[in-house]
Design a binder for this molecule. Structure first.
Ligand code: PGA
Length: 252
């Protein structure tokens, strides 16, 4: 039985006061939803504040949106895995399409970050997904397959035991255009089958999240699909009530 997971990716949004209010709001709403895991991924500078807010509440887990591919040293502007775990982060998003497209993170960098996360007990939320052009060229499965292989070839199927994969079609992120539950399920099924070739148990237990314009109004239909174990939520995670509704939709 896979425990559903809903993760909020705040992206580059929020001030200290907004973060405090948002966390308070979420904590009030999710206190009973302990059958699922709820994660928030604030921007780096708000992580210490979030860690303080979470110390007084419970049921909410801290994650980061990114991490350095290096462990420590002369890497100006970078944030290491151990800095994140020091503040209580349990998860780190790795290979988000915005990092891939806007900050030049190629498969090799993503695989490196994935490895650093695993080594430091941060569970990677590994993002994969095709662009609109790739979908229209019927290259969805090939794209997702290659993105997964970049990590699997380096770290092996065993590394997936402590991993979450998020399928996020690029054309659905921040566009208001969600994949239909059937479209999302088809790719999730493909991912699980692919992982099963390496290890059936790993494939059966790994949580696969859908991300891309998830809202309170479409979350339940997506989460009802058999291979969708929760969501990675961008815009809608900035509104406590909307986010709480999405979390509730993940409770089975
Ligand atoms: P969105 O973003 O929910 O705003 O589409 C999802 C994501 O980028 O993780």
């Amino acid at each position: 039985m896979r425990r559903p997971l809903v993760a909020g990716n705040w992206k580059m949004n929020g001030s200290r006061s907004q973060a405090t209010a948002l966390i308070d709001g979420i904590l009030q709403g999710i206190s009973e939803e302990n059958s699922i895991e709820v994660v928030i991924c604030p921007p780096f500078v708000l992580i210490p504040l979030a860690a303080e807010c979470l110390a007084v509440g419970n049921g909410l887990i801290l994650g980061a949106q990114n991490l350095s591919s290096q462990s420590a040293g002369a890497y100006t502007g970078e944030v290491s895995a151990t800095m994140l775990t020091d503040y209580g982060c349990k998860y780190a998003i790795v290979g988000h399409s915005e990092r891939r497209a806007l900050y030049g993170e190629n498969d090799a960098v993503v695989a490196q970050k994935f490895g650093v996360a695993i080594e430091n007990n941060l569970t990677p939320i590994l993002c994969v997904g095709e662009t609109l052009a790739q979908r229209e060229a019927d290259e969805t499965e090939k794209t997702v397959n290659d993105q997964l292989d970049a990590v699997l070839q380096q770290h092996g199927i065993e590394a997936m035991v402590k991993t979450v994969v998020a399928y996020e079609p690029v054309w659905a992120i921040g566009t208001g255009r969600t994949a239909t539950p059937q479209q999302a399920q088809a790719v999730h099924h493909f991912i699980r089958n692919k992982l099963a070739v390496g290890d059936k148990n790993v494939a059966a237990n790994i949580r696969l999240l859908y991300g891309g314009s998830v809202k309170a109004s479409n979350a339940a239909d997506l989460f009802n699909e058999s291979d969708i174990d929760g969501g990675l939520i961008g815009g809608a995670s900035l509104d406590a009530n909307e986010f709480i509704e999405i979390c509730r939709a993940a409770v089975h």
